[in-house]
Design a protein around this ligand. Structure first.
Ligand code: ADP
Ligand code: MG
Length: 594
């Protein structure tokens, strides 16, 4: 007899699958991960990923793996149907990527599926069509050996989830991240990624180093330091990036445990610990580290979409990893070549310690570059520099908090600006002494000039010899998003798979500065999801074309720069917010003379 007070029921499968899909399938990239992992588990050596509209309309994975029998193909889409484990013990010895038998039914619950598969000793394959978890058709079909699974119109029956997807730019980036993680964990598999019919990555069977280079571009090759360590607890292999190539953004940091990408703040700390004192604050080195651990010593029972992992012997692994990284850094004598004093970081103004003479910092200077393009050379500057050195040393040593200048206060007589240490311009105004950072001043002047002319038509110069810059598909994809903005700004950029070429520049940009401009722009895009194109490009151009610290200037040039600066309504800070000058009044100086 059915009692009216009993209210618990088993969920119908399609409801259970949709609920599971909520956890397993968060976005197109999750589908990509599950399908590719299945192909690897099936022993494939060729895997193609074909994506349309960042995965919204199509995600197709084609492999040459084992294929499935007619019954297995049907079974694969049932809940908790897996070929990978049979007993509880198996869970503690997992060597495959999947084992829960959840992925395919979850994906099928929220999309339209077309799966085609054939096993080697069968003549004909099978095609299965499923829509929203319901099988629509199953029929014999011609097929290559292996499996092809197409996932169409993801979330077509769950509008709320579809609306939660981010922009195509963001979704394709997630897809690419998943793709690269798997590709980095399986360097002997051939992988290809196509997006909207264009080829994004073609990765051929290779060794690990070559795989890294295939993905990140040739420029990374000479920066990789190998690492190997074998202990009873863990085997470590892979590469770490040299400290001087560390970047501010996180990105090229990869841990793999038993060929599975994982995230681990704990292990990251171990690496950072090994790099201690070799990095500037906030810089993170690249690393590609592969750990092999007895599967029974890690907790594999993690959620399918999570990438965290639990180690039984966490503490030892930390210590071994840290030592291995340290050892590699030492062995390849990466350590002694570092010298932060050589880093032209404009954030500081050298302040003199007592009893220590002021030395000009060492910088690489392009002595042929004349920022104001006059014809005479910087011949008669030296003696002036020396005679003002004594006075200026004193001033630098005793900097006091400076006030902001107003426009009216500036005045110029004859020969009013002196360059000191090839880095500072010293001048007077309204009874005050002013020390201007020449690089920062020029940055600000260029920035304002560009900004004032930005609304007008920007003149572009075609280059006789276009500039080719090596890059990688990831950077090229992000740069492509700004193709038309760059063009409007005077940069004619042509994109290839692993490089881009600049055919034309804005007229007042020098070809020599172009690589640095693009490198800064790419870094800015990596750091921020959204950027204001115009402001960023203007800042970057002014930073890279300004007269450098350590660069000699003629008195006329120095004067011209100071005048241009002091004509500005707001001469006090660079576009990056750095102080442009310091100033001192007579009373401060006379106090010092007592
Ligand atoms: P799991 O991978 O956890 O077993 P899935 O739902 O991802 O669960 O897949 C279910 C089953 O379908 C797998 O165990 C495997 O037997 C089969 N399968 C899935 N994809 C493929 C493929 N590309 N080639 C061969 N077999 C596959
Ligand atoms: Mg699976």
């Amino acid at each position: 007899m059915i009692s009216t007070t009993d209210i618990i029921q088993l969920l119908p499968d399609h409801v259970a699958n949709q609920i599971a899909a909520g956890e397993v399938v968060q976005r197109p990239a999750s589908v990509v991960k599950e399908l590719i992992e299945n192909s690897i588990d099936a022993g494939a050596t060729d895997i193609d990923l074909i994506v349309k509209d960042a995965g919204r309309t199509l995600i197709r994975v084609v492999d040459n793996g084992s294929g499935m029998s007619v019954t297995d193909l049907r079974m694969a889409f049932e809940r908790h149907a897996t070929s990978k484990i049979r007993t509880t013990e198996d869970i503690f010895n997992i060597t495959t990527k999947g084992f829960r038998g959840e992925a395919l039914p979850s994906i099928a619950a929220v999309a339209q599926i077309e799966a085609v598969t054939r096993m080697e000793d069968e003549d004909l394959g099978t095609k299965l069509i499923i829509e929203g978890g319901t099988v629509r058709d199953q029929l014999p079909a011609a097929s290559a050996v292996g499996t092809s699974i197409s996932v169409k119109n993801l979330f077509y029956n769950v509008p709320a989830r579809r609306n939660f997807l981010k922009s195509n730019q963001v979704e394709i980036k997630h897809i690419q991240d998943e793709f690269l993680r798997v590709a980095l964990a399986h360097e002997h598999i051939n992988f290809r990624l196509f997006h909207n019919d264009s080829e994004v990555y073609v990765l051929k069977d290779s060794n690990l180093k070559q795989r890294i280079v295939q993905i990140f571009g040739r420029k990374i090759e000479s920066n990789l330091v190998p690492i190997t360590e074998e202990t009873e607890v863990v085997k470590i292999s892979g590469y770490i990036g040299k400290p001087e190539t560390a970047k501010k953004q996180r990105g090229e940091q990869y841990f793999f445990v038993n060929h599975r990408f994982i995230r681990s703040n704990y292990l990251h700390k171990a690496v950072m610990d090994a790099f201690e004192n070799l990095l500037q604050p906030q810089y993170v080195p690249s690393y590609f580290l592969y750990l092999e651990i007895d599967p029974s010593k890690i907790d594999i029972n993690i959620h399918p979409t999570k990438t965290e992992i639990k180690f039984e012997d966490e503490y030892s692994i930390y210590a071994i990893l840290r030592a291995a990284v340290k050892h590699s850094l030492g062995q390849f004598s990466v350590t002694p070549s570092l010298d932060f004093d050589q880093n032209p970081d404009w954030a500081f103004i050298p302040s003199k310690q007592k009893n220590e003479s002021v030395k000009a910092p060492q910088f690489n200077v392009d002595r042929n570059y004349n920022p104001f393009r006059t014809d005479s050379g910087p011949a008669d500057i030296k003696h002036l520099n020396e005679s003002y050195q004594a006075a200026a040393e004193f001033i630098i040593e005793n900097q006091s908090p400076e006030m902001l200048l107003s426009k009216e206060e500036f005045e110029f007589g004859e020969q009013t600006v002196i360059q000191w240490m090839n880095s500072y311009l010293i001048t007077k105004h309204a009874g005050r002494l002013l020390i201007i950072d020449q690089n920062r001043a020029h940055q600000l002047v260029i920035y304002k000039e560009l900004k004032n002319s930005a609304d007008k038509n920007i003149l572009s110069q075609r280059l006789l010899f276009p500039i080719e810059i090596e890059s990688n598909p990831d950077e090229i994809m992000s740069l492509k998003n700004f193709e038309s903005e760059l063009f409007d700004f005077g940069f004619d950029v042509e994109f290839n798979n692993r490089s881009f070429r600049i055919n034309a520049l804005p007229v007042n940009t020098k070809p020599d500065d172009v690589p640095a401009i693009f490198s800064d722009f790419l870094e800015e895009m990596q750091l921020h999801d959204k950027i204001d194109f115009q402001t960023e490009i203007l800042k970057i151009i002014s930073k890279n074309t300004a007269v450098k610290k350590g660069e000699p200037m003629l008195p006329k040039q120095a004067e011209h720069l100071a005048q241009q600066l002091l004509k500005l309504d707001e001469p006090n800070f660079t576009p990056y917010g750095k102080k442009v000058f310091v100033q001192f009044d007579e009373s401060e100086i006379s106090k010092k003379l007592n």
